[in-house]
Every structure is written in structure tokens, then in C-alpha cells.
Design a protein around this ligand. Structure first.
Ligand SMILES: Cc1ncc(COP(=O)(O)O)c(C=O)c1O
Length: 490
């Protein structure tokens, strides 16, 4: 008999279950030719004695190997290494030719890769992001509990085998209540489509509306992925200024009066990148324009749930807009987990057709995840989490404001946002962000260099200082590093 005691070493502290360690080791022994086809393995009791394990563990390992066809149970004889194993070819000593070169032989459509983020991995780096939630605050245990309980209930199995293109009906119904309670939206489940994040909703809605050469009004600056989406779909982008009261609605009206406008894209709360919110007056004026010109609008309200003033202005979608506002939102920011659930609210016929378009690229969402979210909405977990996270982010916004004012006063200006997860930090011209970002990396701090906020115009010397994902200590460290970089000669 082979010296199994030395050939199979198990680590009881390892993350991988012991029976899987044994099974995987036996597979390696077979692949290396140490255990030949037709060889009998020791009986489970004998191997368990040799490895000082419970017999059931060895039985589980053998069962695993049988289910993968590595070994077979021979009546009255025991476990034998399978005789019909896949042929193992000798390794070639020549350099194998890679199956794919960098470029294909054919030509293909050019999608801009301009804003792809490249950050070096590393445990010690500190990142100032664009405004992401803090994963450490996410309701992780509740999430795991929900998913586990759905999987365990036999009558829930149907959830695991279906994935509707409109999204899970339970979630759509829960969203009706949730959006009424938080945003004053008066809708039915037919008006809701669940998508993979807000980004998919923006793409789908735009693809349903825009044709090649159509005029689309966007803010200047604007959320870069929205611009790229509309450009990709053939739109002609008309940029309208954004000031401290949001999009310049006077300029929007002028364009509507003089040109054929197909669509307007607006981020009404915590505009990306500038973080400003559309004022109540402008909101009223814009609603008039929407009704007068029957203007198609995508209202992107990607992080509405986080606001730090007592009475947030309601979205355009909650007022009378003649059915012209496609409202887009997301749970990616609320949950702080990388769970890609967003939503689109629109007239039901538009939703029907949009679901048909979605099916062409994605047959449906993740039904288990959507069902779990529906349960968490109905049992109040999401509400409780948002309230708690909102309090932390509010404190972090205030602390970030204090630190930036104290340490970066000479170099940059900002206004505290009413909500959201970032501060729009505008640097003096003397301190180009392209250089600041490079220098900061030397101290282990990663941040955007402002390039992504300018679209077909001169680069903006500003960044979104995402405060929500940084705790007190990290906020101190990040602002210390920034201050040091700026104080040193760049
Ligand atoms: C303005 C804006 N809209 C949409 C999105 C996309 O959100 P999601 O992650 O839900 O796709 C983002 C992402 O940060 C954003 O900033």
C-alpha cells in the first residue's frame, strides 16, 4: 500500500473542508500518475485511522470523487481509481502559441476606454473614490440570512430557476411602497423594471429613445458614463451649464425653443460631478418645459437616499410631467455591497418594450438577490440600514469639510453638498490635479486626477472627494497626505 499518511496531509484550520482537501489530494495523485487507473484505495476505516480522522470524513471524500468520476465503487472490493480517465497528454517543451493575440484579425466598433479606472492592488493603499458607500457598514449578516433562508425553503426553489426580464415581481411591488414613502412617487408595479444598477437603466432608456443624430441636452460637466452612452448611441450632445442651483433651465428652454430636442438627461439631486441639487424654482420651470415640449427626460437620481437636510426636494418624477420622465435609481449606493440592483420607472408600455430590449443582452436579473432585497425592504432592514448609514455619512461629510477647510484652505475650494457621498473639491490652477494625483500615489493615496470630468472641453482641475467610505482615521490620513503633497513643490 502507498504511504497515504505522508501523501495526504490535511490542515484542519484551513478554510477548505477536510473532506475536500482529501478528495483534491487524491485527484492530484491520480493526475501525477502516482495512483494508477485500476488501483484500489484503502477502505474508508483504514484511511480514517491513518489520517486520524472520523470515518465519515473519508466517506464524504470518496463520495465526492465518485460523483466526479475519478473513482468507482466496486461491489465487495472497495474504491478503485477509474479506468476511463481522460488521457493526460505529455507536456510539450515548446513555447505554446497563445490562443488569442491582443487584437482580433477583424475590425470592430470602437468603444471609448477613456475612463477605465486603473488602480494598483495593494492592501496598504488608501483611495479617495468618486463617492461610494462604506462596505463596512453594509447589513452583511441580514443579507446572508435572507439569501440562506430563501435557498433553504423548498417552496422557494422556483425563484432559483427563473429570472424575469422585468425583475422579480415581489421586489417590484415592494419598490412601489418604498418609492412612494421616500420620494412621493405614485406608481404601480407595471411601471417598475429592475435592472443591473442605474447604469443599465440609463443605457436601456436612452437606447429606446435616441436615434442617430438626435439632439440630447446634458449638463456641463456631466456624469461621464452618461455622455459616453448617449454618444455611443449616435446622439449629438448639447451641453448646458451647471451652476450652484443645478442645470441652467433658462438655457434648456432656449434650446427647446430653437432646436429639435429629442431628450434631456438630468441628475436632479447631488449632481455628478459637482454635487449641486436642482433648486425648487428650477424644478418647477423644468416641469413646465417638459410638458410644453413633450420632452423625453431621463432623471438620474442615483443616490437620492442620502441627504443631510431635513426636507429633500422631491424628484421631477413625483410631479406632473405628462408621463415624460423616465426615473432611474439604484440600490448599489444604499446597500454598500456590490449588488448590482437598480431600477427604471416609466409608463408601462415603455417598460414592456424596454424589457424586450433588455432580453437581447441579458435574459433577466438575479432572482435570488432580488427576492432577498424584496424581503429586506418589507421587513424594514433596508430602511434601518439607510438611516444608520445616513447618520455616519453625515458625520463624515462634516468632518471631511472641517479637515479640508483647515488643511487645504490655501489650495482648494468647496461647498458642502446637501446629500450624496462626495465633496466637489476645486483646486487652484497653480496646483494641477494631474500632478497632485501622481505625487499622492507615492504616499499610498490613490485619487482621480480630474480628467474624467471634462467632456470635449478643457480639463477641470477638480475632483470628487468621496467621504462616505472613509472613516475618521482615514479622513485624517487622506487630508494629511493631500496637504503634504500640496505643500511640497509639485
Ligand atoms: C450619476 C450616476 N448615475 C449612475 C450611476 C451608476 O450607478 P449604478 O452603480 O447603480 O449602476 C453612477 C455611479 O456612480 C452615477 O454616479
Amino acid at each position: 500500500m502507498l504511504p497515504f499518511k505522508t501523501l495526504i496531509i490535511v490542515d484542519k484550520d484551513a478554510q477548505q473542508a477536510v473532506y475536500l482537501q482529501i478528495a483534491n489530494r487524491i485527484i492530484s495523485l491520480i493526475q501525477e500518475g502516482i495512483l494508477q487507473p485500476g488501483t484500489y484505495l484503502p477502505g474508508s476505516r483504514i484511511l480514517a485511522d491513518l489520517l486520524q480522522l472520523h470515518r465519515k470524513t473519508v466517506v464524504a471524500a470518496y463520495d465526492e470523487l465518485v460523483s466526479q468520476d475519478w473513482i468507482m465503487a466496486i461491489p465487495r472490493k472497495g474504491m478503485m481509481v477509474a479506468t476511463n480517465l481522460p488521457e493526460i497528454k505529455p507536456r510539450s517543451f515548446q513555447q505554446p502559441q497563445e490562443a488569442y493575440q491582443e487584437e482580433p484579425g477583424f475590425s470592430y466598433n470602437n468603444i471609448s476606454t477613456q475612463f477605465q479606472v486603473k488602480t494598483k492592488p495593494g492592501p496598504k493603499r488608501l483611495i479617495i473614490n468618486d463617492g461610494f458607500p462604506d462596505i463596512r457598514l453594509a447589513p452583511m449578516d441580514e443579507w446572508i440570512k435572507e439569501c440562506r433562508s430563501i435557498i433553504r425553503q423548498p417552496y422557494n426553489r422556483r425563484i432559483l430557476v427563473t429570472s424575469p426580464a422585468f425583475g422579480n415581481l415581489h421586489l417590484r411591488n415592494e419598490m412601489v411602497n418604498y418609492l412612494a414613502g421616500t420620494r412621493g412617487l405614485n406608481i404601480k408595479a407595471d411601471n417598475v423594471m429592475v435592472t443591473r444598477g442605474a447604469q443599465m437603466s440609463i443605457y436601456l432608456a436612452a437606447a429606446m429613445i435616441i436615434k442617430q443624430g438626435d439632439n440630447v441636452i446634458v449638463g456641463n460637466p456631466n456624469y461621464f458614463f452618461a455622455n459616453l452612452t448617449f454618444q455611443q448611441l449616435g446622439a449629438n450632445l448639447l451641453q448646458v451649464p451647471v451652476d450652484e442651483n443645478g442645470l441652467d433651465i433658462g438655457a434648456v428652454e432656449k434650446l427647446c425653443a430653437t432646436k429639435k430636442i429629442r431628450m434631456l438627461y438630468i441628475i436632479s439631486h447631488h449632481h455628478h460631478p459637482t454635487t449641486v441639487t436642482l433648486s425648487a424654482e428650477r424644478r418647477m420651470k423644468l416641469l413646465e418645459i417638459i410638458r410644453k415640449y413633450n420632452l423625453a427626460v431621463i432623471e438620474d437620481d442615483y443616490d437620492y437616499d442620502f441627504h443631510y437636510s431635513s426636507s429633500p426636494i422631491l424628484p421631477l418624477a413625483s410631479a406632473d410631467h405628462g408621463g415624460n420622465v423616465i426615473y432611474v435609481g439604484s440600490f448599489t449606493k444604499s446597500l454598500g455591497l456590490s449588488i448590482r440592483i437598480g431600477f427604471m420607472i416609466a409608463p408601462s408600455k415603455f417598460i414592456d418594450k424596454t424589457a424586450a430590449l433588455r432580453r437581447l443582452m441579458d435574459l433577466g436579473g438575479d432572482n435570488l438577490i432580488e427576492e432577498a432585497l424584496a424581503n429586506m425592504l418589507s421587513n424594514g432592514t433596508i430602511n434601518r440600514h439607510i438611516k444608520k448609514a445616513n447618520k455616519s455619512y453625515w458625520e463624515r461629510r462634516d468632518l471631511a469639510g472641517e479637515l479640508l477647510e483647515k488643511k487645504l484652505d490655501k489650495y482648494a475650494q468647496f461647498k458642502l453638498p446637501l446629500g450624496g457621498m462626495a465633496i466637489w473639491l476645486q483646486f487652484n490652477k497653480k496646483y494641477p490635479l494631474t500632478k497632485v494625483a501622481v505625487k499622492a500615489q507615492e504616499y499610498g493615496l490613490y485619487m482621480a486626477n480630474g480628467e474624467r470630468y471634462s467632456y470635449m472641453s478643457t480639463p477641470i482641475n477638480a475632483m470628487r472627494f468621496g467621504f462616505a467610505s472613509l472613516n475618521e482615521k482615514e479622513l485624517h490620513t487622506a487630508t494629511d497626505i493631500l496637504a503634504k503633497v500640496l505643500k511640497d513643490r509639485l
